[in-house]
Design a protein around this ligand. Structure first.
Ligand SMILES: [Zn+2]
Length: 272
């Protein structure tokens, strides 16, 4: 049985500040180690549950956060950005389950470091009319391949908004949000224990969990953070301008919806 792990940083126990996800400071150097150890706990649980192969995709920012020589050597690691499939790069239909570790609530939700793909670009995103988180986008991407999300970890807001999308999946709540930049958290040690135990149960149950599927073609609508950015996104052929700060696309499938999201996100880096 092959298991896929997508690892983000905002939902890791002990992480509450943007600077903890930004390379070039001591807070980040500490946070990336906390992230790596939560991933190690999931790898350990996955093998204990019957996995024979575990692939980890670094899914935050530059996607070079996990410390390679601290990672459980039984797993292989995908590092770097930009890559096809983004946060779920490397996944294919030969996997029995996917895990979303260190995930966070969607843009406009009241969770720790809540955003969807880019807080610089998006104040909210809707996918087929539903408020969309990264877990929703990439869970649907996996679901289109027939792969179920079997475990997620993060804060209580993420659990409430994303947990229901994946019936039967384990959710490991490692912190309770007090706001965008504050939380009450488990100790890293306890968080890892619960992730290891949850991962083992999740892998044992993988065959019973249904993939999350959304209707395709799909509507993806972006509330941009400025009218200027919306003007730029609206220059893309086939875009639809719904409002001064709202632009959307009719996407053939979930992968194309993710591609549009990433295009608009990258364009935001060029707006001043
Ligand atoms: Zn992230």
């Amino acid at each position: 049985m092959k298991i896929f792990i997508s690892a983000d940083i905002e939902g890791v126990a002990g992480v509450v500040l943007p600077v903890q996800g930004e390379p070039g400071n001591v807070e980040y150097e500490h946070a990336r180690r906390l992230m790596t150890e939560e991933v190690n706990a999931a790898i350990e649980g996955a093998f204990a549950g019957g996995a024979v192969e575990v692939l980890v995709n670094d899914s935050h920012g530059p996607m070079t956060n996990l410390v390679p020589d601290l990672l459980d050597p039984r797993a292989e690691l995908i590092r770097g950005n930009i890559k096809p499939g983004g946060m779920f790069a490397g996944l294919d239909d030969t996997y029995s389950g996917a895990m979303c570790l260190g995930y966070h609530a969607a843009a406009a939700e009241h969770g720790v470091l809540a955003h969807t793909t880019s807080s610089n670009a998006f104040s909210a995103i809707r996918l087929n009319g539903m408020a969309a988180s990264e877990a929703m986008f990439y869970g649907a991407y996996a679901g289109a391949m027939g792969v179920p999300v079997i475990l997620l970890s993060g804060d209580d807001v993420t659990e409430r908004s994303c947990g229901g999308l994946f019936p039967g999946a384990e959710f490991v709540r490692v912190k309770v949000a007090f706001g965008q930049r504050a939380a009450r958290a488990l100790s890293p040690h306890t968080a890892r224990t619960r992730i290891r135990e949850g991962a083992e149960r999740a892998v044992r149950a993988a065959g019973t969990i249904k993939p999350y599927r959304i209707a395709e073609p799909c509507d993806v609508v972006f509330d941009l953070t400025s009218v200027t950015l919306a003007d730029v996104c609206a220059t893309i052929p086939s875009s639809i301008r719904y409002a001064p700060t709202t632009v959307g696309f009719k996407a053939e499938n979930i992968l194309d919806a993710i591609r549009w999201m990433r295009v608009c996100s990258m364009l935001s880096a060029h707006i001043r």
